[in-house]
Design a protein around this ligand. Structure first.
Ligand code: F6R
Length: 609
């Protein structure tokens, strides 16, 4: 995801900003830019690609003093290009803005501003911010920024520079992190603490709906309504590596906890809440093309394949079309029946997985239209697929996929609802009900993270186990598969997932005293059947952990440990149910002393067959 760094003071502005941005490089980006005020004018330098290229362009710019803001961009609205790189300017080039997050109503604002005569240069959502501030600017940058915030829907960390107030940066935050680093006669702003650690350890952490005016001598904090804010200075005791992890012990736990934000960002701009419809402006596939589709093939590997299995349930339920889901390594060799009446959906976090790419190319060669769901803009899947949906999970650094999975699921749900809406296969009342629930998912996922306390307490009991079974029915079955994979890959405990109805066809022979069974029972229509399966394994003295929905206190009596996910529409439980499974795998691996971020024999991106 994007990174922000800014400086005010008498030091070497340009190199301080470039150094800060370099600390944020690990987050991933596709373009980079910087703005300073020089001789009363805003000066910007931008480039597509690496920060090193910008450093080269700016070599010799030993500018000392004044203010500057820099940005690494991970494209969301508009492809990676110099025009779309931040900072963005107003019409008169007197204001410069960098932004993290997504302005959801930017189209509407852009049209209004264009009607007033504003000229836009980029395709980004951010540029509207510069033009809006221009409309309100009367010599007081803080006041102008404060006035526009009420008009912005979505999330933002903003940093703004004005040629008319050269020694100042104004920042604002809503649902996207922003910190102010405190120096002596100089101050800093950044989207991540990591960027500042070699400069200062004293910070103000901006809260939602707060703004600040940052000058070399002072930081003035206010709320969006103008009331002054006093804050305690936050002293960072972490080392640089811990800071990259934002205080978390490892990237995996950090990424598990980032899921509410990742869902929020994947959802941003995807639903027209007033009309109650899902929107995918980037898709070229129209109603007529959809009507000609007779089958859907979902193809992926590993965790992304499990998202595909959930996708099968979603699409069959919403579209009443036959759906096949395949492991890419099988699909490419099994002589699947593929043609122009098949829509192939490939799912890949990295967008570079060799088997998934081969499946994509095979489908295209057979005349099928391919839609790619990926987290990495500019990846091979993003470039080669006929249609692309980008998940907004942000960079996933731990090898075990967590936030990419939940954002893949959310994208599949939204896509299913969108296709159904276009094809008229979804009853209006159900669509509205689903959309109401979708909106709550980031919040419900946040609540689900509370299961961690209990999981941490009992993880030790599973430390010495050699085999663990995960069972579930319906939509709980793919979640069981994902739970088993997570545990295997990071704790090295053998884990098997079974559709619970399959137990009696062989596996029951392995269930004996103390064998752990993780039973998922979140589907009301299959609940009684799941309860019978739980009793079957309990009768053989298995140790059972049950995962159920809040309000179901009946299961608790029959099991050893019960975990609860918040109530949602049964259709959406996979997004919540996977969270305790990720946390279970994580804490069991930790008590076994495993390196959760870098499990043995695995790579983050599998570019070979
Ligand atoms: C498991 C995991 C892998 C990947 C698989 C596909 O936690 O990360 O199973 O899901 O290698 O990778 P992508 O999604 O990049 O195609």
């Amino acid at each position: 995801m994007c990174g922000i760094m800014g400086y005010v003071g008498s030091g070497e502005t340009v190199s301080i900003i470039l150094d800060g941005l370099e600390k944020l490089e690990y987050r991933g980006y596709d373009s980079v830019g910087l703005a300073t005020v020089e001789r009363g004018r805003i000066k910007t330098q931008k480039t597509v690609g690496r920060l090193a290229a910008l450093r080269k362009m700016l070599a010799g710019n030993g500018k000392r003093g004044g203010a500057g803001i820099g940005h690494t961009r991970w494209a969301t609205h508009g492809r990676p290009s110099e025009r779309n790189a931040h900072p963005h300017l107003d019409c008169n080039q007197r204001l410069a803005v960098v932004h993290n997050g997504i302005i959801e109503n930017y189209q509407e604002l852009r049209e209004q501003l264009q009607k007033k005569g504003h000229i836009f240069i980029s395709e980004t959502d951010t540029e509207v911010v510069a033009h809006l501030i221009e409309d309100y600017y009367k010599g007081d940058l803080l006041a102008a920024v404060r006035r526009i915030l009420g008009q912005l829907k979505g999330s933002y960390a903003l940093a703004v520079l004005s040629a008319d107030e050269p020694g100042k940066i104004v920042v604002a935050r809503k649902s996207s992190p922003l910190v102010i680093g405190l120096g002596t006669g100089e101050n800093y702003i950044a989207s991540d603490i990591t960027a500042l650690l070699d400069k200062t350890r004293d910070l103000f952490i901006l809260d939602d709906n707060e703004l600040a005016e940052v000058t070399p001598a002072a930081v003035r904090l206010t709320k969006a309504d103008g009331t002054e804010v006093t804050k305690e200075v936050f002293r960072v005791e972490w080392d640089a590596v811990t800071a990259e992890k934002n205080g978390y012990e490892d990237f995996m736990r950090k990424e598990i906890h980032e899921q509410p934000q990742a869902l929020q960002e994947t959802l941003a701009g995807r639903v027209d809440w007033e009309k109650g419809t899902v929107v995918f402006p980037e898709l070229k596939i129209g109603r007529d093309d959809l009507s000609a589709i007779r089958r859907i093939h979902l193809v992926a590997c590993g965790t992304a394949y499990h998202a595909g299995v959930v996708g099968k349930y979603i699409f069959e339920r919403l579209l009443r079309l036959p759906v096949e889901v395949d492991l890419a390594s099988e699909y490419r060799y099994r002589q699947a029946i593929i043609g122009p009446d098949v829509l192939t959906i490939v799912i890949s976090q990295s967008g570079e997985t060799a088997d998934t790419l081969a499946a994509l190319r095979l489908s295209q060669a057979k005349g099928s239209r391919v839609l790619g769901i990926t987290n990495v803009i500019g990846s091979s899947v993003a470039r080669e697929a006929d249609e692309v949906i980008l998940t907004q999970a942000g960079p996933e650094i731990a090898v075990a996929s967590t936030k990419a999975y939940t954002t893949q699921l959310l994208s599949l749900y939204l896509l299913g609802i969108y296709f159904a809406q276009e094809l008229g296969t979804l009853e209006e009342a159900l669509r509205q009900q689903l959309l109401t629930e979708v909106k709550l998912l980031p919040h419900l996922l946040e609540k689900t993270l509370a299961t961690e306390t209990k999981i941490k307490e009992f993880a030790e009991d599973f430390k010495a186990k050699e085999n663990i079974f995960f069972i579930g029915r319906g939509l709980d079955y793919p979640s069981s598969m994902e739970g088993a994979l997570k545990l295997k890959e990071i704790s090295y405990i053998n884990a098997q997932a079974y559709a619970a109805g399959e137990l009696k066809h062989g596996t029951l022979a392995l269930i004996e005293e103390g064998v752990p069974v993780f039973a998922l029972a979140t589907q009301p229509d299959l609940y009684e059947k799941m309860l019978s399966n739980i009793k079957e394994v309990k009768a053989r003295e298995a140790t059972v952990v049950a995962l159920v929905s809040a309000g179901d206190y009946k299961t608790e009596k029959s099991v050893d440990y019960a975990l609860y996910i918040p109530k949602t529409h049964p259709f959406f439980t996979p997004i919540l149910a996977v969270v305790p499974l990720q946390l279970f795998a994580y804490h069991v691996a930790k008590v076994r002393g495993c390196d959760v971020d870098k499990p043995r024999n695995l790579a983050k991106s599998v570019t070979v067959e």
